[in-house]
Design a protein around this ligand. Structure first.
Ligand code: ADP
Length: 445
């Protein structure tokens, strides 16, 4: 087992990882920028190291500073958390070259899954269904348009290097195609310095269903069922639930089994998530995230398994202590992502929290690093808390969530708490009847 782990992240996820380490008897080193000296993870860690000024490129993305911090504190492993360097293959490589264990997959897996065409090719070859589309990048508008006509409209032009929904344009009809193609290329060039694009059939009412995977280094892979993350705004997840109200047990076993089998064929290690669009009873792979996900707690709530602990265990080379047949799901869980943002305009609202009361009681979990008097810095993303609620049934979970949202007090800054209260009261949400465009349609009303 590791003796000391460096947590190369901030906010609630740094605290989440610290908690898992603590329970495993592992000492923690939390790094932080000068803007995060008062962070809860910094206060609770065994050691803290300031690695630079507020701008992420000078601190949380500063690889030499991170490696130096791990060296001087004598760590044996580095956990990258979520975001920042978590999906940076070069960082994973450098961590290992410096003699530390990287709590994540191999650099090679990060690299393949970070290239959308390579990822699609790899999983397709292993037997996963993908969205129909071009065979790799299409370099000229004529070639692309000919393909689009063959596939039939609507089609989506997507950046090979894509992320965060950038470099993605829909063409509803042939006349719109040249413009969509050019715009996607321009956006991709500006955002990623790489204007390579490919085309895909555009699905008009899919749900976002993702499968949580866990692999050890001995060829054992299990899945923890799905999360439904269809409640999205600008491709950002807002509310997630597990299990999905749209899948039955047979579909769950089918797609979970297929995803786990694919990960096994690819020789994957650690935790990972395969994301699918699901429409009219069919699944289509879109991408794989080679890291822990923000919404991992809902899976923990219905499976009773601590995914961060498992991630650390397999990184030490330990084998999984159970098989697929041992994993059982109980009840229902929903997560609301609470951002320090105006709930109507979504403008960030950093500043000092001058009143804080977190909800509690049976089935209520709050993953957050904020506290009364904490000042939310303006330099990072606006997620400040995840409210995770579990119930024996989906209905009980919804009633409890409503109660927990009413109880939650965060004063001094604007938050998306009122938005969540509104969304979970919508009849479509109560009925589980929504797709990935539901929230945007609702907000446009
Ligand atoms: P990114 O890496 O930029 O987030 P993804 O490939 O994960 O890109 O897609 C992000 C979101 O875009 C998906 O969750 C879905 O909402 C939408 N999307 C992606 N591909 C398609 C498609 N073929 N048809 C319809 N919507 C899509």
């Amino acid at each position: 087992m590791f003796e000391k782990v460096l947590i190369a992240n901030r906010g609630e996820i740094a605290l989440r990882i610290h908690r898992a380490c603590r329970e495993m008897g592992i000492r923690t080193v939390v790094v932080h920028s000068t803007a995060d000296s008062d962070a809860m993870a910094v206060r609770l860690a065994d050691e803290a190291v300031c690695i630079g000024p507020p701008a992420a490129r000078d601190s949380y993305l500063n690889i030499p500073a991170l490696l130096s911090a791990a060296t001087i504190t004598g760590c044996d492993a580095i956990h990258p958390g979520i975001g920042f360097l978590a999906e940076n293959a070069r960082f994973a490589e450098m961590v290992e070259e410096h003699g530390f264990a990287f709590i994540g997959p191999t650099a090679q897996h990060i690299r393949v899954m970070g290239d959308k065409i390579a990822a699609k090719d790899a999983v397709k070859a292993a037997g996963l269904p993908v969205v129909p589309g071009s065979d790799g990048a299409v370099d000229t508008v004529d070639e692309a348009q000919a393909l689009a006509r063959e596939m039939g409209y609507p089609v989506l032009v997507k950046a090979t290097a894509g992320g965060g929904g950038k470099g993605m344009k829909v063409a509803m009809a042939d006349a719109e195609f040249p413009e969509a193609y050019t715009m996607a290329r321009n956006e991709a060039r500006a955002a990623f310095g790489n204007d390579s694009v490919y085309i895909e059939k555009y699905l008009d009412h899919p749900r976002h269903i993702e499968i949580q995977l866990l692999a050890d280094t001995h060829g054992n892979v299990v899945h923890f069922g799905e999360r439904d993350c269809s409640i999205q705004r600008r491709h950002q997840k807002v509310i997630e639930e597990a299990p999905s109200p749209a899948l039955n047990a047979e579909e769950r076993a089918y797609i979970g089994g297929l995803a786990a089998e694919t990960a096994r064929k690819l020789g994957y290690r650690g935790v990972g998530t395969m994301e699918f669009l699901y429409q009219d009873g069919k699944f289509y792979f879109i991408e794989m995230n080679t890291r822990l996900q923000v919404e991992h707690p809902i899976t923990e709530e219905i499976s009773g398994i601590d995914l961060v602990r498992e991630q650390i265990r397999v990184a030490t080379g330990a084998p999984l202590g159970y098989t697929q047949a041992d994993i059982e799901f109980q009840g229902h869980a929903i997560e609301c992502r609470i951002n320090a943002e105006d709930p109507e305009t979504f403008t960030p609202s950093p500043g000092r929290i001058d009143g804080y009361h977190a909800p509690g009681g049976l089935g209520v979990r709050v993953d957050s690093a904020i506290y009364d008097g904490y000042r939310i810095p303006p330099h990072y993303d606006s997620l400040v808390a995840k409210l995770i609620v579990r119930g024996t049934t989906r209905n009980e979970c919804l009633m409890r969530l409503r109660r927990a949202l009413e109880e939650y007090v965060i004063d001094g800054v604007k938050t998306t708490l009122p938005l969540h209260a509104r969304l979970i009261a919508e009849p479509d949400f109560i009925n589980g009847d929504y797709d990935i465009r539901w929230l945007e349609r609702l907000m446009a009303k």
